[in-house]
Design a protein around this ligand. Sequence first.
Ligand SMILES: [Zn+2]
Length: 307
Amino acid sequence: MPAKLHTWNGHRGPVLAERHGGTVIDCAACGYKHAVPLPDSETLKRFYAEEFFGGFHQDYIAGQRKDLPWWRLEFSAKYRLLAGLLPPGRRRLIDVGSGAGWFLQFGAEQGWDTVGVEPSQAACAHARDELGCTVVEGFFEPPAIAGLDPADVVHLNNVLEHVPDPGAFLETARGALSPGGLICITAPNDFNPLQEALVDLRGHEPWWVDPREHVNYFDGSSLEALLLRHGFAARRRLASFPLELFALMGEDYLADPDLGRVIHGRRKALEFALHEAGKADLLAEMYGKLGELGLGRTLTVIGEKLD
Ligand SMILES: [Zn+2]
C-alpha cells in the first residue's frame, strides 16, 4: 500500500512514521526526511540555551569524563581525516554546539586552533574555566561569529538533526569558512537498511523516530544532497559502528534496554583493541567503507566549500 501523502506549509511527501505526536515525511521540497509541523525556532533556541544543559552539573560532567578515553579515539579519527584533506598550516576549527568543550580541548592538544560556539552558559563556563578553551556564547548565526577569523573547518556534531532550518546552518558555515574550507557534519543515520531489517524481522516500532527531540532524519545521500544545495561538495563519509548488528546477531538491545550498555561496551572494546594493536588506520578504513554502504549508527560527512 503506498504511503499517504502529507502537506504542511510548503513541505510535502509520503508519511514514513507517526510517533510521539509528530509525523515524519520524506519531504520532496527539502530533499530529506523531517518532522511536521516544524518547531518554532525561537522556542527551540530557548530550550537549547536554558534547558538542554539544565542537568549540566558535576554528575553529568563525571558521566562524560568516564567515556572520554573512548571519545578521544573518535576525536582522533576525525581530526586525522580532516588534517589529511587540508594543506599543512590550515588548522583552524570552529566547533558548533561545543558543549563541555572536550572536542575543542583534544584539537588544541593536537596543534589545532579551536574555538567553540555554544548557547548554554553552563557548558561554556566548563569549556573555558575547566579546560581553557575559547568559546563564543551564543547560537551559530552570523552576528555571533562576526568577530571570528575565517576557519578551515566548521564541525557540527549532533546538531543538524535538532534544528528546523539546517540549510541556514550550512549558509552560516559557508560564511565562516576560508576558500576550500571543510564542513564536517555528524548526524544519526536514520531509516538505514539495518534499522529497517529489524523493523521487518522483529516487529519493532521505528524506535529512532522521536520528533520531540529530532526534527530531521538524515542518511548519507540526503546529507550530501543538502550540502551540494548549499555550495559544498562531499569528500568523505565515516560511519560509527553499526550497533544494529548486535540486535541482528541476537543481542536485541531494543527489546532489552539493559543490553544497551553491554553492546556499547563491546563496541568500545573492539575500538580500543584495534588501536592498541596499531590498527587504527584499518579501523578508520573499515568505517569509511561502511559509510559508503550507508551503514553506521551515525554518519560523518565531510564537504568542501565550492567557490
Ligand atoms: Zn520539507
